[in-house]
Design a protein around this ligand. Structure first.
Ligand SMILES: Cc1ncc(COP(=O)(O)O)c(C=O)c1O
Length: 395
């Protein structure tokens, strides 16, 4: 019998896949796996995946609705109307923004799925998509997979990690179809200002560019801060959409449920694309999402208090060994300049090899992330404390 995975001719990946940037963390990943295999106790502050449990009422709703055979069939791409209504209700309560659940809301299989597909729905090959740098990687990969070109908008510390819209290349702006924004920001943890959103709306109208704001971390904020929605700003719904996720708000990363809302034409274009790609969200997950949005919100307050305490443990702990890092006001990340300078990838490799702690090199989020590293606050406080003392020993 021939080996089924060998052919006499080469199977090659499509060019669009070959165009994706190489995975930068191969060496760090290899080193991490090697250490774990050797039985070393590695603390992973790399991934942004909450360790806290999903609220019990949400799990119970999934269990109960999964028993009903009516929920075992294909669901519609546009999702249950009750879910779209629950999303619109949450939006009105949280941001005082009115959405039409029939046309301005679309549930997604996690917001990553919608974000990565949006360029395919809106941009043609050769079009430009304006993408923040550093950024959550799917803005770039989704653009590349759609055959469009990425034009980077640097997020600089001196600008509060907000884009400088005035410095956007005019030629790129004229060819742009879409512009991504993300606040509270991953990886920098920066917050948006209303002025920043207003400028984005002006740019959108001047160059006919759709704005897509990713608000995955809108509910994770500290010291009494309440992040704003892009759609709260007058004129926003006429030029764009906002992505939300239940992943971070309700500790539901594995459940795969989020949504996009805003301009009906953009929502419809993404819905049309998705109707060709997937067959909706498992209905019990949709019912569970309704429970998350409408039910008791106590777990959110508890999670935020936990992340805030962890932030303080990390930032205050590292400050004691001379590494001064500003305390972030939102998201569960700490974005820190590499002590003593040098490539972020080398520093992250040293922290892994010598302190057995995984942190993410900033350059993995884009060229303007170089010089920084990102810590994720998604491990229990005692593990974070342990990570701090191990890092302090090597600084
Ligand atoms: C900025 C940002 N947006 C969106 C997501 C994706 O969330 P999900 O696909 O789980 O809804 C993430 C996940 O880390 C993120 O950091």
């Amino acid at each position: 019998m021939t080996n089924p995975s060998t052919t006499s001719w080469a199977i090659e990946k499509a060019q669009r896949l070959q165009q994706l940037p190489p995975y930068l963390f191969v060496e760090i990943d290899k080193a991490k796996r090697r250490l774990i295999q050797q039985g070393v106790d590695v603390i992973d502050l790399g991934v942004g995946d909450p360790d806290l449990p999903t609220p019990p009422a949400v799990i119970k709703t999934l269990q109960e609705t999964a028993e009903d055979p009516a929920n075992h069939r294909y669901s519609f791409t546009e999702g249950l109307s009750q879910l779209r209504q629950a999303i619109a209700g949450w939006y009105q309560r949280r941001f005082n923004v009115i959405l039409d659940p029939a046309t301005e809301v679309l549930p997604l299989l996690g917001s990553k799925e919608g974000i990565a597909h949006l360029p395919l729905a809106l941009a043609n090959p050769g079009d430009v998509v304006l993408v923040p740098d550093p950024c959550y990687p799917p803005y770039r990969s989704g653009t590349t997979l759609a055959g469009a070109s990425v034009s980077a908008m640097p997020l600089l510390e001196e600008n509060g990690f907000l884009p400088d819209f005035g410095s956007i290349n005019q030629k790129a702006a004229r060819s742009a179809k879409l512009l991504f924004l993300n606040y509270p920001n991953n990886p920098t943890a920066a917050l948006a200002t209303e002025a920043c959103f207003q400028e984005a709306i002006e740019l959108a109208n001047a160059y006919q560019v759709v704005i897509a704001h990713d608000a995955a971390y809108s509910e994770i904020a500290f010291d009494g801060v309440k992040p704003i929605s892009f759609l709260q700003v007058p004129g926003a719904k006429e030029v764009g959409v906002e992505f939300h996720s239940l992943s971070k708000t309700y500790q539901m990363t594995g459940w795969r449920v989020g949504w996009v809302c805003g301009h009906a034409k953009v929502v419809a274009a993404l819905g049309e694309l998705k109707s060709n790609l997937d067959s909706g969200i498992f209905q019990p997950i949709q019912f569970a999402a309704i429970e998350a949005l409408r039910g008791d919100q106590a777990s959110l307050g508890e999670a935020v208090a936990t992340y805030q305490q962890r932030r303080d443990v990390l930032v205050e702990g590292l400050a004691k060994s001379g590494w001064e890092i500003p305390k972030p006001k939102a998201a569960f990340y700490v974005w820190a300049t590499v002590p003593g300078g040098g490539p972020s990838i080398d520093f992250a490799a040293r922290v892994l090899e010598q302190a057995h702690v995984v942190i993410t090199p900033g350059v993995g989020f884009g060229a303007h992330g170089e010089g920084y590293v990102r810590f994720s606050l998604t491990v229990p406080t005692d593990r974070l404390q342990e990570a701090v003392s191990r890092i302090a020993n090597i600084l």
